[in-house]
Write a new protein. Structure first.
Length: 737
């Protein structure tokens, strides 16, 4: 046994030799006799410091750095400064406190368990740090990561147990945890949210003549104009009749482009007429002169902002803040995505599809009445408010939000703004019902950048992207219906003639291989940046197309010009109506022909036509979609079998208000080799093709978009192999199960 507290002053070689020989907080001899309360207290204090230091490396630093660099997370969540501070303190100290309690309590009950249980806590936090480092370095092999984490955790635990110097070093790390917290609170971009914005005296001179009708600014999210267009540059009125109506009654700036590929920069650019930079926050102190402050408090303001906070409280009634429980829940999920390798993140809700309440994003919920606007949300309390905000963040909830905002517009002068996260992925809505289709692994995995996407030389690669584009088109079909409802409402209330209406998007999205969520690739600017921009001026009665270069930074200067506002504000954009020239070079320098070329490339992938069913007519059997099964020869059954993932759903569908699997998925068994593309019949009519996506245990996961041939009640679904001998097409049915 090593003797502690001897007269030589020599440091011991281990932290503990038995339950009564404790060496103190950083390996120094205890001030009291071994086993006394003073000695044990010093040991516990040292144990706590070690755990605080390791937690700082494994949890505090990666999480607070990520959140500190993304203030939009807090802005969109409507979190108060006190909640942000409480979150930071919780992140820094609650995890090590919980680990300390979990490891200290057994030692209080059974003294001999104190050291080994503490070592387990040290090993666990070290292993978590190693997993985080592997994630940062893109080391994704589960076996390798687990092995490395266990080995490193054990090594650090042993070192802390045996070496005084190692224990002293680990206790010093506790200061690092405090430093990470202070950096977040005082030196990160999010730290500015803890201070009150200063906007008084920054508005300058502005004179707004009396309005004759409402001003309406409507921003959609992730809507590329190229999806709306035919190969000849006109709007596909078959799929999007209401956008075509809007073009006939407004000015369509067909050559318009966004100034940024992300929402937190694009929205302030639209609202301020000044190009936002990546270092700016979407908050009032960064952008004091905006669409909202232009009008002051002279007119009623109906505003809904999700990803920005640019309307002053004396102009817009502030929406209720998010709950602290919801903030913690989202933070835990963000941390899991930040730390875990792809194989361990497969079952997590995506965080790319919204700005908060991620677990509710895309949930299968009814739309109902919109629960949240800045002017009309009741003061709900507790769980009722949390439920309302959760509902708001679902895809159907965003549809309801827009409807609610439009319903507030009358013929009387008012200032209106709505920015909804639609048709932003994930693509869950369809034109045939505002309930969501079942969540699928296809678009989610692509948006997360996992390795599940087929490689570029795989036969399923192009087929996968065809499905994504089709799903996006369906969701844009819902947007088209909302545009039509807006036009109808303004007509019905008598507001249309005198209204100034702007309909646009913050940016587009790339649905062509190998993109989908590529943001900084110079090869996809025409789909990522090109957006729809429709401006209906007061008194305008006929539509026109303008192919001059236009930008989202031109929206507010155009509003100022059309309303004859006299302001000394400085804009980087210019009016699109006064014949002036652009003041800055926009992000997209090519002309409208480049956008038309993208639209033409999309059309080539769907050769059957412009209707909804034509989006399902892809792959090797595209010519069969729409045919009756009875029009072809039904051959002998296939050796393969098919299991549809949505069998229970298909047994009792409600097409108008239920979940409908327009993206059919399932598993094909009975073949070691990749099966061919199959066609699926719905109620005796060929509705689409499914193709192999990836190997899964003993089968192949398959997916494909279906034409809208579903019916209420039970649906007869059959998968067929297609054979094309010299004579008629032969369909060979697959077995079930």
């Amino acid at each position: 046994m090593v003797v502690h507290g001897d007269t030589t002053g020599e440091l011991p070689t281990n932290r503990r030799s038995d339950v009564d020989d404790d060496t103190g907080v950083i390996g120094e001899p205890a001030t009291g006799p071994p086993g006394t309360a003073v000695s044990r207290a010093r040991t516990w204090l040292g144990d706590a410091a070690v755990l605080v230091g390791l937690s700082g490396l494994a949890i505090t630093q990666p999480l607070l750095e990520l959140l500190g660099d993304n203030p939009t997370f807090f802005v969109a969540g409507r979190y108060e400064p006190g909640q942000i501070v409480a979150l930071a303190v919780t992140v820094a100290f609650v995890p090590p406190l919980l680990v300390f309690l979990a490891t200290a309590v057994p030692g209080l009950i059974v003294r001999r368990l104190a050291s080994p249980v503490h070592a387990l806590g040290v090993a666990a936090l070290t292993a978590l740090f190693v997993v985080m480092v592997c994630r940062t370095q893109r080391v994704d092999g589960v076996v390798y990561v687990v092995t490395l984490a266990v080995m490193c955790g054990a090594a650090v635990a042993v070192a802390e147990w045996r070496s005084t110097l190692a224990r002293r070093f680990l206790t010093y790390l506790a200061a690092g945890n405090v430093a990470f917290l202070l950096m977040f609170l005082f030196a990160s971009p999010s730290a500015d949210l803890l201070r009150e914005p200063v906007v008084m005296g920054q508005q300058g001179e502005r004179v707004v003549p009396p309005l004759d009708g409402p001003v309406v600014l409507m921003i959609f999210d992730e809507l590329p104009v190229t999806t709306l267009m035919r190969p000849d540059g006109t709007i596909n009125a078959t799929r999007y009749p209401n956008f075509a109506r809007l073009a006939e009654r407004s000015t369509w700036f067909r050559n318009a482009a966004a100034e940024a590929p992300v929402t937190y920069m694009s929205t302030p650019t639209i609202l301020s007429g000044v190009r936002a930079s990546g270092g700016q926050k979407p908050t009032l102190d960064e952008h004091p002169r905006t669409y909202f402050t232009l009008f002051g408090d002279r007119y009623p303001v109906n505003s809904y902002e999700k990803a920005s906070a640019l309307c002053p409280e004396d102009v817009c009634e502030p929406p209720p803040s998010g709950s602290f429980a919801g903030l913690i829940d989202d933070t835990v999920l963000v941390y899991q995505h930040r730390v875990l390798p792809p194989a361990w993140r497969g079952g997590l809700p995506a965080v790319e599809g919204g700005w908060g309440d991620f677990r509710s994003l895309g949930e299968l919920t009814d739309g109902g009445d919109a629960p949240a606007t800045s002017t009309s949300l009741p003061e709900e309390q507790g769980s009722e408010r949390d439920a309302a905000m959760e509902e708001e963040n679902s895809q159907p909830g965003q549809v309801a939000v827009l409807r609610r905002q439009v319903s507030l517009i009358s013929a009387e002068p008012s200032v209106n703004f709505v920015h909804v996260m639609l048709p932003h992925h994930p693509y869950l809505l369809t034109p045939w019902g505002e309930r969501t289709i079942p969540r699928t692994w296809l678009p989610d995995e692509m948006s997360r950048g996992t390795t599940a996407l087929p490689p570029a030389d795989d036969p399923g690669y192009e087929f996968t992207f065809q499905q994504v584009y089709a799903l996006q088109s369906m969701q844009i079909g819902v947007i088209d219906q909302l545009v039509g409802e807006t036009i109808d409402h303004l007509d019905a209330t008598g507001a249309w003639d005198d209204a100034l209406l702007v309909v646009t998007s913050d940016h587009g999205i790339d649905t062509t291989p190998p993109g989908f969520t590529r943001r900084g690739d110079a090869t996809n600017t025409d789909e990522l940046y090109r957006i729809p921009l429709f401006i209906k001026a007061p008194g305008q009665s006929t539509g026109r197309i303008d192919d001059a270069p236009a930008s989202t930074v031109d929206v507010l200067p155009s509003i100022v010009d059309l309303l004859d506002v006299d302001a000394d504000w400085r804009f980087e954009g210019h009016s699109l109506f006064d014949g002036s020239q652009p003041l800055i070079e926009r992000r997209v320098t090519s002309d409208v022909d480049a956008a038309v070329a993208v639209a033409a490339a999309h059309a080539e992938r769907y050769p059957r036509g412009e209707g909804w069913a034509d989006l399902a007519a892809v792959g090797e059997a595209e010519d069969l979609v729409g045919d009756r099964v009875g029009d072809h020869v039904v051959g002998v059954p296939s050796e393969r079998s098919w299991i549809a993932d949505q069998e229970d759903l298909l047994a009792d569908l409600s097409v108008s208000d239920g979940r409908v699997p327009y993206l059919m998925r399932g598993t094909v068994t009975g073949s070691e080799d990749r099966p061919p593309q199959l066609v699926i019949s719905l109620n005796g009519r060929i509705a689409g093709a499914v193709g192999a996506y990836r190997r899964d245990d003993d089968g192949w996961l398959m997916s494909g978009v279906m034409a809208p041939y579903f019916v209420d009640g039970p649906n007869d679904v059959v998968a067929y192999e297609v054979e094309r001998p010299a004579g008629p097409v032969t369909l060979r049915p697959l077995g079930e199960g």
